[in-house]
Ligand binder design. Structure first.
Ligand code: AHR
Length: 337
């Protein structure tokens, strides 16, 4: 896994780029990843983008899919879309299909971080640039042009800081944390866990993770795994869920066990989907770290810049906020997903 530091300095340093979060800073130079399709003057060729989505595991993913499809339409890009149903082999097959169809550019949100070298080399040999979206891969950075997505390690750090804020307002002693992890081997699961632990180790030696297991980013996974946690670790009084959907599933199991979510068990999660905000207004989730799924417009802008031969940032991020339950009612009407 590439560290945040090496990702930024390595990518930006090699290309001589300025990294600016939240916007695309195309510098007008030739991109090493550009195929040249649609790059030259004369009649504009319609860009064909092959996109492989992770699946439909969460509310975040549904919003992300809508964003990608709507942005492609708005940008006049011909989108070929496939849903990998959370299986890496399906994504590899989809990418190979896009290569044989000779699409202009490929984008995908990798279900897991490792195992992409071969197919990415095939795309490079076919001179089809690849833009990652949402999640990172641990392959050589020369095999993909840019990543449009969030800083998951920072999200983990923000979640720990959010929990600190919640516990300062409503303390529990001792602090016994249960963790619902995302899909095993995925960048958000690995990096959110690392970011959370970093803050815990540095500032909260009194916090203890008593149990941690994957719920695969799904509501049903969160429900099932939390039911098991309540049996095996009744001492857990805090839940850190790597996404809202798992927190929402866990709330059902906590209520079924006769406990009050948000009170008997403090809950902090990541994403900021509509149902998560509703649960916050009801005091069932204490705090949410936003992870913005509305990546479509930035992705299409990046696709066009790459194919126009411009240099783009190696990592393009979006603006994200942190919300505690007290903010939820005011924020809810303005939420876009
Ligand atoms: O990669 C982003 C994560 O994937 C979101 O946090 C989660 O809800 C989704 O399934």
């Amino acid at each position: 896994m590439i560290s945040r530091r090496s990702f930024l300095t390595g990518a930006a340093g090699a290309a001589g780029l300025v990294v600016v979060s939240g916007s695309l800073a195309a510098c007008g130079k030739k991109s090493t990843g550009a195929s040249g399709a649609g790059a030259s003057g004369g009649a504009q060729k319609t860009i064909t983008l092959g996109f492989s989505q992770v699946g439909s595991e969460s509310g975040w993913r549904a919003a992300n899919t809508t964003s990608v499809k709507d942005a492609a339409t708005a940008a006049g890009i011909n989108l070929k879309f496939s849903d990998a149903e959370q299986k890496q082999e399906n994504q590899i097959q989809a990418i190979r299909d896009y290569i044989s169809q000779k699409v202009d550019i490929i984008s995908f949100s990798p279900v897991v971080s490792s195992g992409w070298d071969t197919v990415l080399k095939e795309a490079k040999t076919a001179k089809i640039p690849v833009v990652l979206t949402d999640r990172q891969v641990d392959s050589d950075q020369s095999l993909w042009v840019s990543l449009v997505g969030s800083d998951f390690e920072l999200e983990g750090e923000r979640a720990a800081n959010m929990l600190d804020k919640v516990l300062k307002a409503t303390p529990v002693t001792p602090v016994n944390i249960a963790v619902l992890e995302g899909t095993t081997g995925s960048a958000p699961a690995t990096q959110r866990a690392a970011g959370f632990k970093k803050i815990m180790d540095a500032s909260h030696p009194d916090w203890k993770i008593v149990v941690s297991q994957t719920g695969d980013f799904t509501r049903d996974g969160g429900k099932q795994v939390m039911a098991a946690f309540l049996q095996s670790h009744p001492e857990a009084n805090v839940l850190f869920a790597h996404n809202d959907d798992m927190a929402l599933g866990a709330i059902q199991s906590i209520q079924a066990a006769g406990k009050k979510p948000g009170t008997d068990i403090k809950i902090v999660s990541i994403d900021g989907v509509h149902d998560g905000f509703v649960a916050m207004t009801q005091g069932q989730i204490n705090g949410i770290v936003e992870c913005n799924p509305l990546l479509g417009p930035q992705l299409m802008e990046t696709v066009k810049a790459v194919l126009a031969g411009q240099t783009v940032e190696k990592w393009i991020k979006t603006k994200e906020g942190d919300f505690i339950a007290a903010d939820a009612a005011a924020a809810l009407p303005t939420r876009k997903y």
